[in-house]
Design a protein around this ligand. Structure first.
Ligand code: UT7
Length: 319
């Protein structure tokens, strides 16, 4: 049996930090409201000249270094992103050129905040099938570009960043299972309705969100999908070493941990300093906890996320 295993992780956060105090000067909000409702205290923002591929490249190089893999050895590059540098080529192809890889399959996945979970699962299928041996899988977003900085309903939530893993074929597990879902009936609850046609942007290019409805939906589907993921592996929530959740809102994360009977000490939390970095949030959190030594080889992890579409999913793996 061939498994796919994470052999290295990496991440990158842009230098500029935007605090809740900064936001108090921009919109009618308060540090207290933001912390109580979301758990977010600050977020990182890409510099004007930094695009998603710049963030992705930093994270990718760190993951390749950690894995001891050369970019030329990669067979597959997938980026979960909603903020590609160009309409085409894909950001994965742009990254491939930066890294100096020629010939690997490379493409972007558009599943918003579930993008990394989707990408990881796809890479896992290719490796398990024996098609490829080494994949670079990223979540990278400069979501601040899609935020209306005068809309207090959304602008306090999001930040920019990138996270990456190298996934390699192994006789040891590895990714144990992945559980992916979508329901386009909810397309209008969280959306950027813009499209490009005839050289112009049509419709609004900013994020529109019915926060409360998104919140209720997220709690419900995450609870369902973590139960599905545990059942598929005959695991109890309390036996997980780490929950690595999408970092959208501390209250949503706490609800999921409660469903799993998992104490918050075993949940990786970065939402306070990163905010919601969309597809980047899960691999960013993973890399933080790997590098500070909390996540160790052999630990059982549950990764989960939900995003626009709606899309949602979970991955169970042995690190
Ligand atoms: O990756 C998935 C992406 N998105 C999410 O996961 C977001 C999910 N939703 C949420 O996290 C929460 O719904 C929010 C944090 C966005 C909002 O929290 P809430 O507890 O659901 O608040 P609410 O939307 O019910 O709004 C309560 C009040 C409203 O005022 P009124 O109408 O009661 O007078 C809002 O106008 O809070 C007001 N409000 C704010 N006040 C201060 C909304 N945003 C702000 C703000 N500062 N930034």
């Amino acid at each position: 049996m061939i498994y796919s295993r994470i052999s290295g992780t990496g991440s990158y956060l842009p230098e500029k930090i935007l605090t809740n105090a900064d936001l108090e000067k921009m919109v009618d909000t308060s540090d207290q409201w933001i912390v109580e409702r979301t758990g977010i205290r600050s977020r990182h923002l890409a510099a004007e000249e930094q695009d998603t591929c710049d963030l992705a490249e930093m994270a990718a190089r760190r993951a390749l270094d950690a894995a001891g893999v050369e970019a030329s050895e990669l067979d597959l590059i997938i980026i979960g992103t909603t903020t590609p540098d160009r309409v085409f080529p894909s950001t994965a192809c742009l990254l491939q050129a930066r890294l100096g890889n020629h010939g690997a399959m490379a493409f972007d996945i558009q599943a918003v905040c579930s993008g990394f979970i989707y990408a990881l699962s796809i890479a896992d299928q290719f490796i398990k099938a024996g098609t490829f041996k080494r994949a670079l899988v990223l979540g990278a977003d400069s979501f601040s570009r899609l935020v209306d900085w005068t809309d207090r309903n959304t602008c306090v939530l999001f930040g920019d960043g990138a996270g990456a893993v190298v996934l390699e074929a192994s006789s040891e597990p590895g990714i144990l299972s992945s559980h992916l879902h979508a329901d386009g009936a909810y397309k209008d609850l969280l959306t950027v309705p813009a499209k490009i046609a005839q050289g112009r942007l049509h419709n609004d290019g900013f994020t529109k969100m019915q926060g409360n409805e998104v919140f209720k939906f997220a709690v419900k589907v995450l609870s369902d999908v973590v139960k599905e993921a545990l059942a598929a592996n005959e695991l109890e929530g309390s036996t997980l070493d780490w929950l690595v959740p999408h970092q959208a809102n501390l209250r949503i994360i706490k609800a999921t941990a409660k469903k799993l009977n998992l104490p918050m000490e075993r949940v990786v939390l970065t939402v306070s300093e990163h905010g919601n970095t969309s597809a980047a949030s899960i691999p960013l959190a993973l890399d933080v906890a790997v590098r500070d030594g909390r996540i160790q080889r052999g630990h059982t992890l549950l990764l989960e996320g939900v995003g626009g579409g709606f899309t949602w999913g979970a991955v169970v793996l042995k690190f």
